[in-house]
Ligand binder design. Structure first.
Ligand code: PLP
Length: 465
């Protein structure tokens, strides 16, 4: 690869060969000429698209270490594109025979990763739709209040509103995990139908204490849904701390699980997944649409999904990725997750030794958060924003997160705000591990610059204190 080039293009040739093979499958059809625009017009528009798409952060590059963003694996990209010449619809078998079968196989492999031999599940547009379905089903079985931790994804309170459910938030402990004692008190109050355990929170990657929650389920008889949209694949990682490890070892005991292949599963956006431990929940999806034709006696995916039309290409891409990189402990895919986590631990260690920063808790997955030392929380937040902006100018893309002050050890800081704006880095690319020194070097440089600029400004008057 030319040193000036970053975007992988070799798979384009493989795609052309695969396309020829796909075409051969339809050789018995009489020839026809499709309507296409003139190639030069196509070329002009595509060049314009390429120009427009330059206006993006470089998500593919290791120096993009901000939000949960990365491009799909080349095999996913190629398989998705290949499927586009057919454009199957996984709503019904008539719309996508092959891709429906591939969806069932790929989802069964995900279920097996959680230790489920039996399951009911399917792909969705993303984690939001997947959670909506899980909570909709959950409420049919165990009507009542839905509770999730204060660090749960905001989608849960919105979904509750859509479903007409009452939502309550349970406080987190200092590690950003659901506070078990607070949950227990709430359960004593009665009326809870479902508890959502977040297995890898979106902001900080914290893992709720599932083992304790499972014990509480015995006593209080609620439904337990695991939102593992971000963290689910870490079940395969071999370098988790004991808390996270034991949670993943019991994840299969949840009633339903959501996982996002478009987050850590190397897929293009438009690929979430919901699975239920008890296949009989399929009864809740029952419909008798006059437009959904039955070309086979099989239960088709449109009968077990709230969304109707769905991209068969998403299933094809996922299937292909899991063929190349099986969801196995000790495999290549598992090593990628472990590598991101190693990167996070490495960065955390370096931040810990840097007197200018206050790291949050040790990363549970591959997300690191840290605050900037300052006289007050307000000032610290301002510095974090400046470092974030200066780092971006130096090609290092981080993220910001507004977190409760309790998550950090701010002993010498004036607490003039309840939350602190801190720096955040999601190290989800396997390449990150080898780039930590470089990342750290840029961070060091821009921090020095920001702090120096800061000390030139006269300090704010303390008289009003
Ligand atoms: C990303 C995420 C969601 C939402 O999923 P989308 O795919 O963005 O719709 C829900 N829960 C958690 C924990 C997430 O990380």
């Amino acid at each position: 690869m030319n040193s000036q080039e970053h975007l992988e293009k070799e798979s384009l040739q493989l795609l052309a060969a695969a396309l020829a093979k796909l075409d051969a499958g339809f050789a018995s059809l009489p020839p026809f000429s499709g309507s296409t625009s003139k190639p030069e017009e196509l070329e002009r528009v595509l060049a314009e698209v390429a120009q427009r798409m330059q206006n993006n952060y470089p998500y593919f590059h290791p120096l993009y270490a901000g939000q949960m963003l990365k491009p799909p694996h080349p095999v996913a990209r190629a398989a998705y594109a290949l499927a586009m010449w057919i454009n199957p619809n996984n709503h019904a078998l008539d719309g996508g025979r092959a891709s429906s079968a591939m969806e069932k196989e790929a989802v069964a492999e995900i279920a097996a990763m959680f230790g489920w031999k039996e399951h009911l599940g399917h792909l969705t547009g993303g984690g939001t739709m997947a959670n909506l379905e899980a909570l909709w089903v959950s409420n049919r079985i165990h009507p009542g209040v839905l509770v999730a931790s204060a660090q749960a994804h905001y989608t849960h309170s919105r979904i509750s509103a859509v479903l007409g459910l009452k939502f309550e938030s349970i406080p987190c402990d200092r590690n950003g995990r659901m506070d078990v004692a607070a949950l227990k008190r709430r359960l004593e109050g009665g009326g809870v139908g479902t508890v959502v355990a977040t297995i890898g929170t979106t902001a900080i990657g914290s893992v709720d204490p599932l083992v304790e929650l499972l014990e509480l389920r015995e006593k209080y008889n609620f439904r337990l849904h695991a939102d593992a949209a971000y963290g689910g694949y870490f079940i395969l990682a071999d370098n988790l701390e004991q808390h996270a490890r034991s949670v993943f070892d019991h994840l299969g005991e949840a009633d339903s699980i959501v996982i996002d292949p478009h987050k850590h599963g190397l897929q293009p956006y438009g690929c979430g997944c919901v699975i239920f431990r008890d296949p009989s929940v399929g009864r809740f999806y029952k419909h008798d649409s006059p437009y959904t034709y039955f070309s086979s006696g099989d239960l088709h995916l449109g009968e077990i999904s709230l969304e109707c039309s769905r991209p068969g290409a998403a299933a094809v891409a996922l299937w292909a990725t899991q063929k190349l990189l099986p969801l196995k402990k000790g495999g290549e895919f598992a090593a990628m997750l472990a590598s991101g986590r190693e990167a996070a631990l490495k960065l955390y260690e370096k931040l810990y030794k840097d007197a200018r920063f206050i790291p949050g808790f040790q990363p549970e997955l591959d997300i690191v958060v840290w605050a900037v030392k300052a006289a007050s929380v307000n000032e610290s937040s301002m510095l974090a924003r400046k470092i974030f902006e200066e780092a971006a100018k130096a090609n290092l893309h981080l993220a910001l997160a507004e977190l409760p002050v309790e998550f950090f050890d701010l002993v010498e800081m004036r607490k003039d705000r309840q939350t602190i704006l801190c720096l955040r880095s999601v190290l989800m690319k396997p390449e990150h591990k080898d780039w930590i020194d470089r990342i750290r070097e840029i961070l060091d440089r821009v921090t020095t610059k920001v702090v120096q600029a800061q000390t030139k400004i006269p300090p704010p008057s303390r008289e009003r204190d």
